[in-house]
Design a protein around this ligand. Structure first.
Ligand code: SF4
Length: 333
C-alpha cells in the first residue's frame, strides 16, 4: 500500500528547569493511503507530542526535535522552515483537537471561518470558496448548511461544533488528517456518530487519518492499525485484529483489560497498577518493568528490541525474545 507519511526514529525533548524531558524516544511508523492509524496510550506517553511534531507545532524552545525524520512527499518535515510548514499545515496535513471551541473563533460566523481556511491556501474566488464550504458542511452532516453559514459557534451543539471543525480541517482536501482525542469532550452517543463520520469521510475522500487517543474503545470502531505508546516509545504495533485478539505486550494487555469491551460482556475491568516512569531520567531497560508482573532481570537492564510476530505485528518485550534468558550472560553483566 502507498505510504503517505513515514516517521523514522523520532526523538523529541523539552528543556525545563528540572532537566530535559525526553518525551518521544525513537518513534517509527508508516501511514498508508486511506487508512486510519490509531496511536494509543496514557497521557504523557508522547502520542500528542508525536502528532505536534508532524504538524511542526513543537514550541522551540523549550521543545526540540533532537533526532529522526518525518517524511512527507519526499520532504523531511523536521528540516523545513516555519514558512514552508505553514503552507503544508491545513492544506496537506490538517489537525483537529479535543475541544472544538479552541479551534473555532467565537466572534466569527462559521461560514467565514471555513472560507478563510480555503482562501489562505487556494487561489480561488470567494464564490467558489463559499460553494466548497457548503459542500463540506453537507459532507460532515450539518443540516441546511446554506442557511447556517452566518451562525456563530455558540449557536451549535458540541457535536455539531466538532463536525464544523472537521469540515474546516478537510476543506483543503488534505492527504493526512490528525485527530487528537477528537471525541473525548463529547457524550457517548455523539462520539459514536463522529467516529462513524470519520469512516464515512475516509471512504469518500481517501484521506489518511492518524487518531490519537487514550481510549481503546474509540480505536475498536475505526482503526485499521494500532500503535501502542508507552513512555515515549511504540511498544507494540499491529492491525486492529492483532492488537485486540493477539496482544503480546503486557502493557497492551493491561490497556485492553482496563476498558469495557462489547465482545467480553461482563468481564471485570482491571486498572493497570502503578504509574509511568519519570521521563527526566527514563529507565535504561524496559520502561514498563516497574508495573509488569512478568518482569525479569534482563528487563531492568536492557531495552528489548523489536520482535516481529508477523509482517504487520511487532512488539518490544523480552517475553517474546528467545535471547532473554542468555542476554545478560552474553553481555557479560
Ligand atoms: Fe514486562 Fe519485561 Fe516485557 Fe517489559 S520487557 S513488558 S518488563 S516482560
Amino acid at each position: 500500500m502507498e505510504k503517505v507519511l513515514e516517521v523514522k526514529d523520532l526523538h523529541v525533548s523539552f528543556k525545563t528547569y528540572g532537566g530535559e524531558v525526553k518525551a518521544v524516544r525513537g518513534v517509527s511508523f508508516d501511514l498508508h493511503k486511506g487508512e486510519t492509524l490509531a496511536i494509543v496510550g496514557e497521557s504523557g506517553c508522547g502520542k500528542s507530542v508525536t502528532s505536534q511534531s508532524i504538524m511542526g507545532l513543537i514550541p522551540e524552545p523549550p521543545g526540540k526535535i533532537t533526532g529522526g525524520q518525518i517524511l512527507f512527499k519526499q520532504r523531511d518535515l523536521t528540516r523545513l522552515k516555519e514558512a514552508e510548514l505553514r503552507k503544508i499545515r491545513g492544506a496537506d496535513i490538517s489537525m483537529i483537537f479535543q475541544d472544538p471551541m479552541t479551534a473555532l473563533n467565537p466572534t466569527i460566523a462559521i461560514g467565514e471561518q471555513i472560507m478563510e481556511g480555503i482562501l489562505q491556501h487556494k487561489s480561488i474566488s470567494r464564490a467558489e470558496a463559499k460553494k466548497k464550504t457548503i459542500e463540506m458542511l453537507n459532507l460532515v452532516g450539518i443540516p441546511s448548511p446554506q442557511s447556517r453559514l452566518k451562525q456563530y459557534p455558540h449557536q451549535f451543539s458540541g457535536g455539531m461544533r466538532q463536525r464544523i471543525v472537521i469540515a474546516m480541517a478537510l476543506v483543503c482536501e488534505p492527504d493526512v488528517l490528525i485527530a487528537d482525542e477528537p471525541t473525548t469532550a463529547l457524550d457517548v452517543t455523539i462520539q459514536a456518530q463522529i467516529l462513524e463520520l470519520f469512516k464515512d469521510i475516509q471512504n469518500k475522500t481517501g484521506v489518511s487519518i492518524i487518531l490519537i487517543t487514550h481510549d481503546l474503545g474509540v480505536v475498536a470502531q475505526v482503526a485499521d492499525r494500532i500503535a501502542v505508546m508507552y513512555a515515549g516509545k511504540v511498544v507494540e504495533a499491529g492491525t486492529r485484529r492483532e492488537i485486540f485478539y493477539n496482544p503480546q505486550h503486557p502493557y497492551t494487555k493491561g490497556l485492553l483489560n482496563s476498558v469495557p469491551r462489547l465482545d467480553l460482556d461482563g468481564a471485570e475491568l482491571v486498572p493497570i497498577p502503578g504509574s509511568p516512569p519519570d521521563l527526566f531520567a527514563p529507565p535504561v531497560g524496559c520502561p514498563f518493568a516497574a508495573r509488569c508482573k512478568y518482569a525479569m532481570e534482563v528487563c531492568d537492564r536492557v531495552y528489548p528490541s523489536k520482535t516481529h510476530m508477523s509482517n504487520e505485528h511487532n512488539v518490544d518485550c523480552w517475553l517474546q525474545d528467545e535471547r532473554a534468558q542468555n542476554m545478560l550472560a552474553m553481555m557479560g553483566r
